[in-house]
Design a protein around this ligand. Structure first.
Ligand SMILES: NC(=O)C1=CN([C@@H]2O[C@H](COP(=O)(O)OP(=O)(O)OC[C@H]3O[C@@H](n4cnc5c(N)ncnc54)[C@H](O)[C@@H]3O)[C@@H](O)[C@H]2O)C=CC1
Length: 413
């Protein structure tokens, strides 16, 4: 049985985390300095050769903590943590590493909290961290006792380029990778040890166990550059444990809307393949496909095939007006979504750039969609903007663009 957070007072954690969050940058630096100084053995788990990756790792820690603090009463939290622990086996994380991380985290929180840190707060965080670590370790132990490897070695058996910035890789894992359409995996190349990035699996499970990845070139990206430009058939990659909640039951009978932007098409394609394979599918299905320009509406043959197999699928392709920036497609998408009805009846699967996902996920309930049936996965941002909440000073220096729900309300730029 997974540990619960029943004994931890969520208000104490939230109030004290708000204090830490305001000095997040310092807290994170303190945390890693403390961790590496007091537990030098842990260094091996982090990609110190890639400073940019260290930055991402730092952001990820805060993103994960924020996720936990925001969902303390969520009954799905232990399940999420179990999945995280199962996935952390790819970093070769052992119980003693969890202890070292917990000790360093509390030290960092105490260091940045000043007088807001007291015995009661320390006790609450100690208990919360123990519950988090126990849930993660339980997930890892379960995976190990199920005979799951910490990662799956996979050979690249196919590579198709779509323009300069996109490649579809086909991989054959050395042993079958158990997953559900819509899920994603961590991907790592032995040529960049320790650098893991999440990619959605772009196909429903196949009898030959091969999987496709759609890889878009990320500006200044380390792994995407290697995957798009320098990976060849016969190369080996590592895949972490599949995870993610953007999955549909089988057979899926309720009306469903898919919204895919850029390579967010990958998991949506997998879900459509699953619908087509399972039978007639829901009576009502709609797909909004968003791309930065017409040339980036790739994979048209596969879409044509899916339309034949799912004749009820209503497809809307959206690109920016000629000469407008790629983000304008998101405005057009929001308008198109506003023009549709029946949101209360639809399950919505949403995949694409994090900011688009955030904007759409905020808009849909205003259109009548049930927030509990809007499915998307929190993926780390790929460049172009901060990955964690901005501190007050940073906010003044880099004011975030406001999130507009009604594009018509947006001042012309
Ligand atoms: N499961 C998921 O949610 C998946 C998410 N992704 C993510 O999707 C993204 C795909 O990148 P690309 O193919 O290069 O897409 P892209 O950068 O070409 O963007 C496609 C469309 O997304 C919208 N968009 C992009 N940046 C935006 C912004 N800052 N604010 C509002 N809207 C924006 C625009 O409408 C744009 O036309 C990556 O961030 C990747 O991590 C990819 C696969 C699966």
């Amino acid at each position: 049985m997974l540990p619960t957070f029943a004994t931890v007072d969520p208000d104490i954690l939230r109030t004290s985390f708000a204090v830490v969050e305001r000095r997040a940058e310092f807290a994170v630096k303190y945390f890693y300095s403390y961790l590496f100084w007091h537990h030098p053995g842990v260094r091996a788990l982090f990609p110190l050769d890639f400073p940019e990756d260290m930055e991402r790792q730092r952001d990820r820690l805060f993103a994960a903590l924020t996720h936990v603090v925001a969902r303390l009463e969520d009954p799905g939290l232990p399940g999420y943590l179990g999945e995280l622990g199962r996935d952390h086996r790819k970093y070769l994380a052992e119980p003693e590493h969890y202890t070292a991380v917990g000790e360093s985290l509390l030290a960092a929180f105490a260091a940045v909290s000043g007088s807001a840190w007291n015995a009661e707060v320390e006790k609450a965080w100690g208990e919360a961290y123990t519950a988090v670590a126990d849930a993660m370790l339980e997930g890892a132990r379960q995976a190990e006792s199920d005979g799951e490897p910490p990662w799956w070695e996979a050979e690249v058996t196919g590579r198709v380029r779509h323009g300069d910035s996109l490649a579809v890789l086909t991989l054959r894992p050395h042993r079958p990778l158990p997953y559900t359409a819509g899920q994603h995996v961590g991907v790592c190349s032995p040529r960049l040890p320790g650098v893991w990035r999440p990619y959605s699996l772009a196909n429903a499970p196949r009898s030959d166990h091969t999987v496709d990845l759609h890889v878009g070139l990320v500006e200044d990206g380390v792994l995407s550059d290697l995957l798009v430009r320098r990976t060849r058939e016969g190369d080996t990659l590592r895949l972490g444990a599949p995870g993610g909640r953007m999955t549909l039951g089988t057979p899926a009978e309720d009306p469903v809307t898919f919204i895919a932007a850029g390579t967010g098409w990958a998991p949506v394609k997998a879900l459509l393949e699953q619908l087509a394979a399972d039978g007639p599918g829901p009576a009502e299905a709609r797909l909004f496909l968003v791309a930065r320009d017409i040339a980036h509406l790739y994979d048209r043959a596969a879409l044509g095939d899916l339309r034949t197999r799912l004749p009820q699928l209503d497809v809307t392709a959206i690109t920016p007006a000629p000469g407008r920036p790629k983000e304008q497609a998101t405005e057009r998408l929001l308008t198109a979504l506003g023009n549709r009805a029946n949101w209360a009846r639809h399950t919505v699967c949403l995949a694409g750039p994090p900011r688009l996902v955030d904007e759409v996920a905020e808009l849909l309930p205003l259109l009548g969609a049930d927030p509990g049936r809007i499915l998307h996965d929190p993926l780390p941002p790929t460049g172009g903007g901060p990955a964690r909440p901005l501190g007050p000073g940073e906010w003044l220096l880099h004011r975030p663009r406001p999130h507009w729900h009604r594009p018509s309300a947006r001042a012309p730029d």
